[in-house]
Design a protein around this ligand. Structure first.
Ligand code: ZN
Length: 344
């Protein structure tokens, strides 16, 4: 009896020891990935080598126009202080901590009319303002850019963002917004002030410590003026575990912030390494024949990959019509002149 008891105790102890050790390995692996060594991400999560990964370069030549795509924004114009800001050591993140009635949501045909509630938003930026965005639009990296992701989950089906992320049928939507640095002081973005004030506070806040927003943020002011023009494709979250069940909605029009506001990002420090946070973007992933749709007739489409001088597919058609018309005019002119000469 007593031998059995001791054996049971021993087994339990071994189990706890192994579990604890296993947990440590998992936590270590998740904590240790870096933006400098992205090839090792698949050691942390095999899914990082999956074929449907993000970010991608959205090439104009790959676009499929889908005029039925619409996004409806709800509670984006409601001022709310229900956010908690955290310096995670790799980015700064704003978690929504308010109630489910006033939670900002998106829905519409772009999301099969299902409602997605805001969980958090965070930023990717470059230490050099020529880089920063994760996605590229036809090879274009926003020259001085902060890109913002708003992560939504289907709160009707799932109780938490992590539960939705674990599900494998596209229950997470990410809204991406590019930011340019404004050189014109007249176009000041007051909506971003609350964010940049918090980011300044996060410069001295210890990694993983959170601070409440306090001021009233209107999310609408972080969106570009035109929210009708966007791209949609299915991809993944852009950090380990790289879960590939994300509907990406990427705004075509960038928003703008002042250089002073952008500078606040440059002085946020990862207190564990003592280094400034920045260049926190994942390298481009292969589109692998995925369907990439746009909600608008893209005037710049048809330019090929990485081309900063794109041409429009429609403009090619217009050119053809003009050339054809000129040929007809030439033929008519030739025949007319020929007749005049013949009659002479
Ligand atoms: Zn992100």
């Amino acid at each position: 009896m007593s031998i059995n008891n001791s054996m049971n105790k021993f087994s339990l102890f071994t189990f706890i020891l192994i579990l604890h050790h296993y947990y440590e390995i998992e936590v270590d692996a998740f904590q240790k990935w870096t933006y400098n060594d992205q090839k090792s991400w698949s050691d942390v999560s095999k899914e990082c080598d999956d074929i449907n990964q993000s970010p991608i370069n959205i090439r104009y030549t790959d676009l499929i126009f889908n005029e039925s795509l619409k996004i409806e924004f709800r509670n984006y114009n409601q001022p709310s202080a229900n956010f908690r800001a955290t310096n995670h050591g790799r980015s700064v993140q704003f978690d929504y901590i308010g109630n489910s009635i006033l939670v900002p949501t998106i829905t519409g045909s772009a999301l099969n009319d299902e409602e997605f509630a805001l969980e958090q938003f965070h930023f990717h930026w470059g230490i050099d303002p020529k880089i920063g965005s994760e996605h590229r639009i036809n090879g274009h990296i926003y020259p001085i850019e902060v890109s913002m992701h708003l992560i939504h989950y289907n709160n009707k089906k799932y109780r938490s963002y992590n539960q939705a992320l674990d599900a494998r049928n596209g229950n997470v939507a990410v809204l991406a917004i590019f930011f340019n640095i404004n050189k014109n002081d007249n176009d000041y973005n007051p909506g971003f002030d609350i964010i940049s004030k918090k980011i300044q506070q996060l410069q001295t806040t210890h990694t993983n410590h959170s601070i409440d927003l306090q001021d009233q943020l209107i999310l609408q002011l972080l969106l570009p003026n035109n929210t009708a023009s966007f791209y949609r494709y299915h991809g993944s979250v852009t950090t380990p575990p790289c879960t590939s069940n994300v509907t990406w909605l990427i705004m075509d029009d960038p928003n703008e912030i002042e250089f002073n506001q952008y500078e606040k990002f440059l002085n946020v420090i990862d207190h564990k390494s003592g280094k400034k946070i920045g260049n926190n973007f994942r390298r481009l992933q292969e589109p692998n024949g995925r369907r990439i749709e746009c909600s608008f007739l893209n005037n710049n489409a048809g330019g090929g990959s990485g081309d900063n001088h794109p041409h429009h597919k429609n403009s090619v058609n217009i050119t053809m019509v003009i050339i054809f018309t000129l040929i007809i005019v030439d033929i008519v002119a030739f025949l007319t002149i020929s007749k005049i000469y013949m009659f002479k």
